[in-house]
Design a protein around this ligand. Structure first.
Ligand code: HEM
Length: 389
């Protein structure tokens, strides 16, 4: 029997029960983010803050920028980047015999979030790599990156100030035009930086495993390709948003390979709590993980399998157990953006390359795709080579 509450440190338990997970993450449940999220220098962002008042104020300001309606005005930018990524990986496959989808999807996600934040992409897809631009040493050069992003935010703020009508829309445009938002250049830089961190590898890696999993199963690939034949070559999000099988593939990729499967630590509130029948003292750290909840065999029979058809008619148990984007008020603000990117990129990829297959060139094998999980998921080999010809 799987135990739903397991002690993993003197003051920390892992919780894998889906109802307990909902209880921990629900609105006004009182389980705040733990100090795990506190950043060096204690600069607070929507993502990192542990203060519920700061969080609800910031979410109220930033949330409306991420609705499906707001994102639809940004779709041309996203679509242009997705088309470029698919073209570039096709070119790479033609020239070298295979293309690394992990690389291209990561550059794609970073370019998109850069352009949506600053009104200008990082142009990483044009470079074909991240190492020749100032964002290369993410772990070692936080301050340099912050200064770089601050300058880009300042440039964009100046543009909005001098020429509001012809300035490209970004995620921040409405906030900049509304002086009452009170967000400063510093605040916007902090948020943009956290979007880049939260929205790049997550989307790039999920998309990579989606391609990998579909290419592993001919029946799934054929079904998806057949459905995509109904949409035009110059497809837009409207053409693919409600495609039933594509959406099943995206949901199953998020369930099985969502790139944030690790612990989301929270603190038990002052009155203590009983979770899955276990009483926990105030201050205990409780961590849920999508990894285990997504493998609950009661909700997802044959949980290790990749089976998009399970989403054709999802049960309440499945919906309750799904937490690829977290859940509740601290759930992912980028959920609609991520789903839009996943649908567009998966659709355009399999529409353009219906015969795509995982390469065996340069020693590429399933062991490259073994799942390395810390907070995020990353394929062990840091690559996923495909042949698309
Ligand atoms: C497939 C892609 C993505 C996955 C799997 C994902 C997953 C998650 C998860 C699990 C959380 C909750 C984290 C926690 O409780 O510790 C979260 C929060 C967040 N995500 Fe995402 N994310 C994705 C894409 C994005 C994108 C594209 C953005 C771009 C802005 C983004 C921005 C954020 C932010 C700012 C938060 C914090 C929200 C808050 O606390 O109010 N994510 N995401």
């Amino acid at each position: 029997m799987v135990r739903p509450v397991v002690r993993i440190a003197p003051n920390e338990v892992d919780v894998s029960d889906r109802d307990a997970a909902r209880e921990i993450h629900r609105a006004r449940g009182g389980f705040l983010k733990s100090s795990f999220y506190t950043t060096a220098g204690k600069v607070q962002s929507l993502f990192s803050t542990t203060d519920p008042t700061f969080h609800s104020n910031r979410r109220r300001l930033l949330g409306p920028c991420f609705t499906e309606a707001s994102l639809s005005s940004l779709e041309p930018v996203i679509l242009e980047r997705v088309r470029l990524a698919v073209r570039k990986l096709g070119d790479e496959s033609k020239t070298t015999g295979s293309a690394d989808v992990l690389k291209w999807w990561t550059l794609l996600a970073m370019d998109i979030i850069g352009e949506l934040s600053f009104g200008d992409s990082f142009h990483l897809l044009e470079y074909g790599k991240a190492s020749s631009c100032p964002l290369s040493h993410v772990a070692h050069a936080r301050q340099r990156i912050f200064a770089y992003n601050k300058e880009r935010v300042a440039r964009y703020m100046q543009l909005v100030g001098t020429n509001p009508d012809i300035t490209k829309n970004t995620l921040f445009t409405s906030l900049l035009k509304d002086a009452s938002s009170g967000l400063t250049e510093f605040d916007l830089t902090v948020e943009a930086q956290s979007y880049i961190t939260a929205g790049t590898d997550t989307t790039g890696v999920t998309l990579t495993y989606l391609v990998y999993a579909v290419c592993q199963d001919k029946k799934i690939q054929d079904t998806l390709v057949r459905e995509l034949q109904s949409v035009p070559d110059d497809l837009t999000h409207r053409d693919v948003r409600d495609l039933p099988y594509l959406n099943c593939v995206v949901e199953e990729a998020l369930r099985r390979y969502g790139a944030a499967p690790g612990c989301l630590p929270r603190v038990v509130p002052s009155e203590g709590a009983t979770l899955a029948g276990q009483h926990l003292r105030s201050g205990t750290i409780v961590s849920t993980q999508a990894y285990s909840v997504h493998r609950d065999p009661e909700a997802f029979p044959n949980p290790e399998g990749f089976d998009p058809s399970r989403w054709e008619n999802p049960s309440k148990k499945m919906k309750d157990a799904f937490m690829a984007f977290g859940t509740g008020p601290r759930g992912c603000i980028g959920i609609h953006l991520a789903r839009m990117e996943l649908r567009l990129a998966a659709a355009l990829f399999f529409r353009t390359f219906p015969n795509a297959r995982i390469s065996t060139k340069d020693g590429m094998s399933d062991s490259d795709m073994e799942e390395n999980i810390s907070f995020l998921l990353m394929p062990k080999g840091h690559r996923c080579l495909v042949e698309v010809g």
